[in-house]
Design a protein around this ligand. Structure first.
Ligand SMILES: [Zn+2]
Length: 123
């Protein structure tokens, strides 16, 4: 799922998706064809901030590969979908503690080490 399009030098760690030239629907990861109408899509650098759409706690190690457990072993982490102004919902690992996570909260999204990461953003 992740590939060279996930992070592009010069985008400041922002995610690169695509936008349909015909119907303007935006997607992440980038797709050369629009999933809605099949039209041609152009690469687009997505917004760095959005809102937390939903979230949960990953309490067991995901399938490996592709998951690479940290050297210290698996530890539960928060994960969720971040909704961007383009209308795209991006699955991201959250650098937010469960007690601090709240649906609708502003978050900053960056292309992480293979997986997008989100942190709480100042309002
Ligand atoms: Zn389209």
């Amino acid at each position: 799922m992740e590939g060279p399009l996930s992070e592009v030098p010069g985008t400041g760690g922002r995610l690169r998706g695509s936008r349909c030239a015909d119907c303007a629907v935006a997607v992440y990861p980038a797709d050369p064809a629009c999933p809605r109408c099949g039209g041609p899509a152009e690469p687009v650098v997505l917004s760095a901030t959005g809102t937390l759409w939903t979230w949960t706690v990953q309490r067991y190690a995901p399938k490996s590969p592709p998951y690479v457990p940290p050297a210290a072993g698996f530890a539960p982490f928060t994960v969720g979908y971040v909704e961007l102004p383009e209308g795209v919902r991006v699955l991201a690992r959250l650098d937010i503690r469960p007690e601090d996570a709240e649906i609708g909260m502003p978050v900053t999204l960056t292309a992480g080490d293979g997986v997008p990461r989100a942190t709480g953003a100042a309002v």
